[in-house]
Write a protein that binds this ligand. Structure first.
Ligand code: FMN
Length: 430
């Protein structure tokens, strides 16, 4: 991962950084060596704060502030977990990073665990990412032979271990408290809040630093090249780049590293090569299906946490999905409603029943059996369940439906009027 001011496919990486030799050649493990050589934890945290790095797992929380909270917590037993639970439709950037930059991730994890003085450190990898887990283990073994991890690191007299943890194969397991529960051998279900954050009550109830794969991949570069280098691109409040997973109706779907603040249009046209078959854009999920969609007249919106929030949507983990004008929006919405229904862990009633009822009503409308009463119930239900779950899954499910009905009301009316889907079956593919 390196700063790209011009759009580029990150698959075209310089050298072979997935091998330790290649990674060392581009300054790999230099930042870790500085930490091992005695760079103070407070200085590491200060540099991250200066860089303004924000978490890439969805919430955009300032990373330096989070590290500071764990490092300086009154309870002194700390843990560290890298969250590679990735399971949201349209998000696949962490998988890409695990595959191509395992050493950069390992270096970021070592720095994080060492800085917050973690008693144990883990990389929690989605159950389905079998190849990536093996790849990571291979990279860890390479780092171990170089004395970068394990006993007596670089001869400095301290030990550090990093364990690859096979995660649960569910979307909710990526929610940090559900992840921690599953690591303790319990069902992968979110904890009831408060306490709100693992920084206070994490693994085994102790202060725990949880960071996303991409967040951690940024750490070695920031410490090696400096905060000023990192802030060269991006926006003032969201510096640096973002790894965009671009999918749906584009000619070149893939993972693209672009500066924060890139417009939706630039991402689709310059990176994605435009819309498939020369069709028109109907809608875009800038940050995955759990945030509101935007329409073709909003393509000049900047993609960063603040700009998208201001526009009533969100960046999330930048799983950008493009939908063209041949797509039935009711069918597309139903597809994601079914995803939320299937992925609800069933623990809290609003989510268990809400996601199920939303998907049932959506299916009824798409199948041509919907009535105006169903439409009213659909929107009423969205209002009831929003913000009520132990985690934000049900809120995402409601926001999806609300935004779809608001932006594409005419299509819903057509389904009611005709008592069938006005689109051809092929048009449901997104
Ligand atoms: C339903 C749900 C699923 C999530 N899945 C992931 C995930 O797969 N990976 C991830 O890093 N964060 C995920 N998150 C966000 C995490 O709870 C957490 O905010 C993040 O790991 C913190 O890391 P960061 O500060 O580096 O962004 C999810 C949140 C929710 C509500």
């Amino acid at each position: 991962m390196s700063i790209a001011t011009e759009p580029r496919l990150v698959q075209k990486l310089e050298g072979s950084p997935w091998e330790i030799e290649g990674y060392l050649k581009v300054g790999g493990y230099e930042a870790w060596k500085r930490c091992v050589d005695g760079m103070k934890a407070d200085d590491v945290v200060a540099e991250l704060k200066k860089a303004g790095l924000r978490g890439r797992g969805g919430a955009g929380f300032p990373t330096g502030v989070k590290w500071d909270k764990v490092l300086n917590h009154r309870i002194k037993e700390h843990y560290f977990v890298c969250n590679a639970g990735e399971h949201e439709p349209g998000t696949f950037k962490d998988r890409f990073l695990l595959k191509t930059l395992p050493h950069q991730l390992i270096e970021g994890c070592l720095i994080a665990a060492h800085t917050v003085q973690a008693k144990a450190a883990f990389i929690y990898v989605n159950h389905e990412y079998e190849e990536e887990r093996e790849n990571l283990k291979k990279a860890l073994a390479e780092a171990r032979t170089r004395g970068l991890v394990g006993k007596n690191v670089l001869g400095k007299g301290f030990d550090i271990e990093l364990q690859v943890f096979e995660g649960h194969g569910s979307y909710v397991a990526g929610e940090e408290t559900a992840m921690l529960e599953s690591m303790q051998g319990r069902p992968a279900m979110p904890r009831q809040k408060p306490p709100f954050y693992p920084t206070d009550f994490g693994l085994y109830g102790k202060p725990t630093l949880v960071n996303n794969v991409e967040t951690l991949c940024n750490i070695p570069r920031i410490l090696y090249k400096g905060a000023a280098w990192f802030t060269q691109v991006g926006t003032e409040k969201c510096p640096g780049t973002m790894m965009f997973s671009l999918s749906g109706s584009v000619n070149r779907p893939g993972v693209y590293e672009m500066p924060m603040g890139v417009t939706i249009r630039e991402l689709i046209e310059k990176c994605g090569g435009g819309v498939k078959g020369g069709r028109q854009i109907k809608a875009v999920f800038p940050g995955g299906p759990a945030f509101s969609m935007v329409t073709a007249d909003q393509l000049d919106l900047q993609m960063d946490f603040d700009s998208l929030k201001k526009a009533g949507t969100g960046l999330g983990s930048a799983g950008t999905i493009v939908i063209d004008d041949a797509t039935c929006m009711v069918a597309a919405t139903l597809k994601y409603s079914n995803f939320f229904k299937g992925e609800s862990c069933g623990q809290c009633p609003p989510c268990r029943m809400g996601t199920n009822n939303l998907a049932t009503l959506m299916a009824k409308i798409e199948e041509g059996q919907g009535t105006q009463k169903d439409m009213d119930s659909l929107l009423q239900l969205c209002g009831f369940v929003k913000g009520t779950g132990y985690c934000t899954l049900v809120t995402g499910a409601a926001v999806l439906v609300q935004s779809s009905v608001k932006l594409f009301q005419k299509e819903y009316e057509e389904h009611l009027r005709l008592q069938r889907c006005p689109f051809t079956p092929a048009a449901v593919e997104v």
